[in-house]
Each structure stands twice: as C-alpha cells, then as structure tokens.
Design a protein around this ligand. Structure first.
Ligand SMILES: [Zn+2]
Length: 294
C-alpha cells in the first residue's frame, strides 16, 4: 500500500474513533483559558479575540468562520459583549455546534430595569458584561463550560467534573491570597477609561468613581474631561486605570491636571505578556494596583 493511502486511512480511523480532541472556540481568551484548565489534554481551545484588543469590537472574518466550522463547542461571553460572535457562528454553517453562553447564572451588575437606561451607553445594553473579572464568576463560567463539554463529549464528562472540582479549590486558595495582597486597596477610589471594572471592584473592595468615557463606548469629550478632573481633585483620586487598547493621550492629560498617575490594567488573559492564564490575570491586576497605590 502506498504511504499516502496509509496515512489517509489512519486519519480516517482517528477521526471516527474519537481519538481526536474536542475542538473549542471561545470568544475571548479568558473563557478559553478556563476551558483549557477544565478540558486539559482532551480539548483544543482557541480564542477569537486576542487579549490586547477591545472585546466589544472584533471584525467578523471568514477565517474565524472556518475555525468555528471545525469546532464542537462555542463559548460566548454573552450580555451583548460579543455580538460579533453571532455572524461568525452563522457563517460557519456548523449545524452540530453546541453553543454555551458563559454568562448564565452570573450575578449580573448594572442590568437595566424597566426602560432601557441611556446611561449604559452603546456597548452595555444588557448590563455590564465584564463579569469574568470577579473570580467568583470564574466558577460560574467553569460550571457552564463543564456542561458544554459533557454535552459534546459525554465519555469524558467525569474527567471534566473532576477538573472542575480542582479548579474550585485552586481558585478559592488563590482568592484568599489575592484578598490579602489587595487588602491595601480596600476603599481606594480609582477612575478607569471604560466601565470594565465593576465586578473586579466589588470583589476586591475598590471604588470606581468615574470614567474617561462619558458613557461606555463613547469617546471622551472636553466637557466631560473637565468635570472628571474636578471630581478627581475634589475626592483626591490618584489612580487612572486604562485598558491597553485605548489611547493614553486623554488619560495622561487628565492625570497631569488632577495630580494622578495612569496605569495600564489589562482586563483579559494575554493583555500583557505575563498574563498567560486566568489566575495570572488577577496576579497581575492586583500587583499593578498595589504598586500604584504605594
Ligand atoms: Zn464594556
């Protein structure tokens, strides 16, 4: 038998016997990181958005559709953050794809009640979608991912549940360490560029008192900037946290006028080279904030 035919037969056998890995596509690197921790060697995970780009705005590319076409499971952030995932999924024409909205069961913040609240801006219409920045929500995300993996790969369901139990105990131990390290931050007031931090602030006792954006997704305006400088001076706010994908021009000028400093706070895995997984995201954020506070 010639070599090519042999290789083709082996490939076909591998594909049909379930020896190939479960293919997971996640909207963001944070969901991908948790899926990798839960799935271990049984899964192959990729993220559409990269850590250093604004997750609200991702271009819908045919290459993403091809990746989803080959996937078993898609992990969405939900709450309106990754609306770009829908045309990618539709374009993949993958009728066997299982889709999991990882925001299911999350304790949601800033959800509009009654009439749609204009203060939510253009990009947070369903409440604040940056929920992965509270480690407690990391547990909810992981539970949703376990359900998705069990659905697409029932044979390994118990292994996924075991990983989930280990993830819970790991995260709880680390949360204790993060809380201790972040103790000096309790009650600190900060201003951030975008409203990415209410879950993080709630988890670690910070108070976010203003934003460079007048509303989520809206460019800074001169009048809003003047008000923000006055607010920061009045309350003695010394730290402006900026997501890595914004221009530092306006934050720097506000910091200079208000006597504050600007620090870059990456809200996602991969947002800085040292943030290689979901745990290192919190390691880095807490280190950056406590250093800025000194
Ligand atoms: Zn946002």
């Amino acid at each position: 038998m010639n070599r090519l035919i042999k290789a083709m037969i082996i490939c076909a056998l591998l594909t049909h016997s379930g020896w190939t890995k479960v293919k997971v596509v996640a909207s963001t690197p944070d969901l991908a990181s948790i899926a990798g921790i839960i799935g271990g060697s049984e899964v192959e995970v990729i993220s559409i958005a990269k850590g250093a780009v604004n997750p609200h705005y991702v271009e819908v590319l045919p290459s993403y559709m091809i990746k989803v076409a080959r996937a078993n499971l898609y992990l969405k952030v939900g709450m309106g953050l990754d609306q770009w995932a829908d045309p990618i999924i539709d374009g993949s024409r993958n009728s066997k794809l299982t889709i999991v909205d990882c925001s299911q069961g999350v304790n949601r913040l800033q959800v509009p009640t009654g009439k749609v609240d204009a203060s939510l801006g253009d990009v947070h219409p369903q409440g604040n979608p940056h929920y992965w920045l509270d480690p407690a929500n990391g547990l909810v995300i992981a539970a949703n991912i376990v359900e998705g993996l069990c659905k697409v790969d029932p044979a390994n369901c118990q292994a996924y549940r075991d990983s989930y139990e280990r993830f819970i105990s790991d995260l709880k131990i680390r949360f204790g360490i993060w809380e201790k390290r972040a103790a000096t931050l309790r009650g600190s007031q900060i201003v951030t560029f975008h409203d990415s931090w209410p879950y993080f602030a709630q988890a670690f006792g910070l108070e976010v008192v203003g934003f460079i954006e007048p509303k989520p997704g809206i460019e800074p305006t001169p009048s809003h900037t003047r008000e923000l400088i006055e607010l920061m001076k009045g309350r003695g706010v010394k730290i402006i946290g900026m997501e890595p994908y914004f221009s530092n021009r306006v934050p720097n000028s506000i910091a200079a006028a208000a006597g504050a400093k600007v620090i870059v706070l990456p809200p996602s895995v991969g947002g800085a080279p040292e943030i290689k997984d979901y745990f290192e995201l919190f390691d880095t954020l807490i280190a950056k904030l406590t250093t800025a506070k000194e």
